[in-house]
Design a protein around this ligand. Structure first.
Ligand SMILES: *Cc1c(COP(=O)(O)O)cnc(C)c1O
Length: 411
């Protein structure tokens, strides 16, 4: 077995993993399968892939693309360089994000779900939270907002109906003497739409009910005017709620993810009234949910780009903002291959039904597996018996590599 494991050394995998592959191959009575088993173990490691799917925020591919490198070094994570005393890890990136969306204060936790959990635990533990029946969202992976609320220790009070909820429904629950409503919560219907005979109050209509209005925006659009894009907001963003405008309309807090439309690392942001943010930060769960310096460093880079108005520095916005002409200009690299019209989608459980015209390259037949097996895997779509990659989600620096891979399939 040891000899078999050693024979796989050129895979570069550590010896214990090669021993596992060799052992499993021998146990299966097929020592010859050891190399394939070692290759499988290699494919389970986290590695960069080329996203040819055209899904900008591909949940299975880590949502927003992001590059962040840092040398081995200490940082002033919790050290105030001005006073020489203990500082807060929430003083850098979270404060910059608060500035960028017009909030008094903000804190950052591990993801959007953690942010929902912390707000409810921090503000409504043992008390009631009012939510519309039309907004009890399941995000994906079986993850349901009502379940998170229950875990926070807050009691969920559902009001209205699936398709219609009015201000009066919320007001009646708040006024009910049998209840102790600590938070009124609006949850963005991120990945679905209810159309037809529908009604829901605007943020501004719920701002004066008494309990602080919290809006779980999910997607993390900072400002609906998109001042970081030279040509302003793209048409497909129409109607998407944004942090700045939701706070301006009277929400006391907004919650959003770092890796959806914000274009940053996996994180959850709680922004709004300073006293409420502080109450969340004081809750014991805050420590269990806090991010480390790698995430905060990457998020700071993104927040600074927003404050500079530099959307081109945020890979998600750079890709989202490409015009069909920009993409056509790259097709020279794909000469000899079939250029097709395709539609990109925002993805990540945001903006359902939205499609963004794009440019793709197609090869007849289903080659998804061959492209996935490359040393740098290319993830493609297969549609109508053709394999298609969408240039929008491919870094132009990878065009030659992708073109060569597609040519080898076509040839
Ligand atoms: C995506 C989403 C969440 C969960 O955020 P994660 O960062 O995936 O944990 C919560 N609420 C809404 C409305 C969302 O869209």
């Amino acid at each position: 077995m040891d000899r078999l494991a050693r024979s796989l050394a050129e895979t570069g995998l550590p010896h214990p993993l090669l021993v596992d592959a060799a052992r499993a191959a021998i146990a299966a009575g097929d020592p010859g399968s050891a190399a394939a088993r070692a290759a499988d173990a290699g494919r389970r490691l986290l590695a960069p892939v080329i996203n040819g799917t055209g899904v900008l925020l591909h949940t299975n591919l880590g949502r927003a693309p992001l590059a962040w490198t840092q040398e081995a070094a200490y940082s002033n994570l919790e050290f105030d360089l001005a006073t020489g005393e203990r500082g807060s890890r929430q003083a850098a990136a979270p404060a910059l994000l608060a500035r960028a969306c017009g909030a008094e204060s903000a804190i950052v936790v591990n993801n959007g779900a953690a942010a929902v959990l912390l707000v409810l635990a921090g503000l409504a533990e043992g008390r009631d939270v009012v939510v519309s029946r039309g907004e009890l969202v399941e995000i994906g992976g079986g993850f349901r907002i009502p379940d998170v609320m229950a875990r926070s220790g807050a009691r969920l009070v559902e009001v209205g109906t699936t398709n219609r909820t009015r201000r009066a429904d919320y007001a009646a629950a708040v006024a009910d003497p049998a209840r102790a409503v600590a938070v009124v919560m609006k949850v963005h219907q991120s990945n679905y739409r209810i159309v037809g005979f529908t009604e829901a109050p605007l943020t501004a209509e719920l701002a004066d009910l008494g309990p602080p209005l919290t809006a779980d925006l999910g997607s993390g659009l900072l400002d609906s005017r998109c001042p970081w894009l030279p040509s302003g907001p793209p048409g497909w963003l129409e109607g998407e709620p944004a942090a700045r405008q939701t706070l301006a309309a009277g929400a006391a807090l907004v919650i959003f993810s770092g890796d959806k439309l914000l274009g940053g690392p996996q994180a959850g942001i709680i922004a709004g009234r300073a006293d409420l943010v502080a109450a969340c930060a004081r809750h014991p769960l805050a420590r269990a949910l806090r991010p480390g310096p790698l995430v905060l460093g990457a998020l700071q880079q993104v927040a600074l780009a927003y404050l500079r108005g530099d959307g081109a520095a945020i890979p998600f916005w750079r890709m989202a903002g490409l015009t069909v002409e920009d993409l056509r200009a790259r097709t020279g690299a794909y000469e000899g291959l079939s250029i097709v019209e395709v539609m990109s989608v925002p993805g990540g459980g945001t903006l359902p039904g939205v499609e963004i015209p794009s440019v793709g390259v197609a090869v007849a037949g289903d080659h998804a597996e061959a492209l996935r097996s490359r040393s740098r895997p290319i993830i493609a779509r297969v549609a109508n018996t053709a394999t298609v990659v969408d240039l929008r989600t491919i870094d132009p620096a990878a065009d030659e590599e992708v073109a060569a891979a597609l040519r080898s399939l076509a040839g």
